[in-house]
Design a protein around this ligand. Sequence first.
Ligand code: UDX
Length: 436
Amino acid sequence: MTLKLSVVGCGYLGATHAACMSSLGFEVVGVDTDPRKVELLSRGELPFYEPGLDTLLEQEMKTGRLSFTTDFSAVADADVHFICVGTPQSKDGLAADLTYVKASVAAIAPYLKKGSLVVGKSTVPVGTAQALRAELSLSAPDADLAWNPEFLREGFAVEDTLTPNRLVVGVVNDRAEDILKEVYQPIIDLGTPWIRADLPTAELVKVAANSFLATKISFINAMAEVCEAAGGDVTVLAKAIGYDPRIGNRFLQAGIGFGGGCLPKDIRAFMARAEELGAKQALEFLREIDAINLRARQRVIDVVRDELSENLTSYTIAVLGAAFKPDSDDVRDSPALDIAAQLQAAGAKIIVHDPKAIENARLRFPALGFAESVHEAVKGADLILHLTEWREYREIDPSSLEALVKGKIIIDGRNALDRDKWRTAGWKFHALGRSN
Ligand code: UDX
């Protein structure tokens, strides 16, 4: 008999996982405490933007296999329960807030049938899975718990779930591994590497991967700082070192750095946990990774001041991009919005454009100015900041903006625009890490 699945937490990770598991042929019930989210998902509508997930959700809702509810008792039928709730940074420090993970496991515990498996997918501090498993052995002694970290990237969520570059499962016994193999069989059949680990290693894989990615980005941004000081060009440097397959050319895009709901909070939570474990020194370098990342934002502001004036009160700045990265409407810890807000706090008039993230940006920073089109955003601007590398910004014809702006100055915070094109059109063009 085909396994029945439940997915607890229907945010970014959970909604994607639920729709993708349904597309593999499983009956899936998604549970979330937010009635608005459940109502939208039940209508086949996404509460956020993710390319490809909207059509998949619509398609899966029509099969009748996929449903969403706020009622936790709906999980009673399921054999496997995926925990996909958020673990944000806690309000009073660097550590991850585990409230939602703990509450989810507690909420489903009374409904767990004999032999069912709870599978954590949320990013948690190492040691959490073991502690939850011990608690579960008291509240639901017939159930087991495994950890199966998720590596999906926003903008590629469906692709990363259905064709991941590896599957990692943290289990305590063969039975849990067998159940997870049954769930993921179609993905394993594609040749996807399968890694069985113990619970702490599975938890660590996730934060180690994100720490490595953050390190790669901050490394290239540190090189950008040196290039600026030495008269070099970080884009050429990145290309040149990237040809060494041991280094690789991906994630070496210098600019205003990383943001989003994962990398920043994950490296901070990892440091906090290492300290608790008495291994603080091992992760001290992540403090520097965080600092380099935040410094990149400041460097853009410094260039703006160099170009305009120390006192920004009489200037208008157009900001292209609000999302933390393209193909997403997510503005959590967005470097673009942080820069926009800081410039506004310094007195500048800011007009922000983004193809998808305006609504979320407005909720977060209601006092910023917003525009529906690039042309509207740049009207009367003394300077343009390119801060999220949406494709539509790369395709801008610089001469089409000429009559609209007050100053023909653009700063490329993502090293994604064609510098020659802008300069040929008579613009003053700056980019982080490129000194000429
Ligand atoms: C990340 C991990 O990639 C993913 O595996 C994990 O599951 C969740 O966290 P995501 O947050 O979607 O995914 O974004 P990612 O594509 O990793 O980008 C993170 C940030 O780094 C973005 O702000 C992006 O603009 C920035 N970045 C990325 C750079 O500044 N330079 C680069 O070369 C790459």
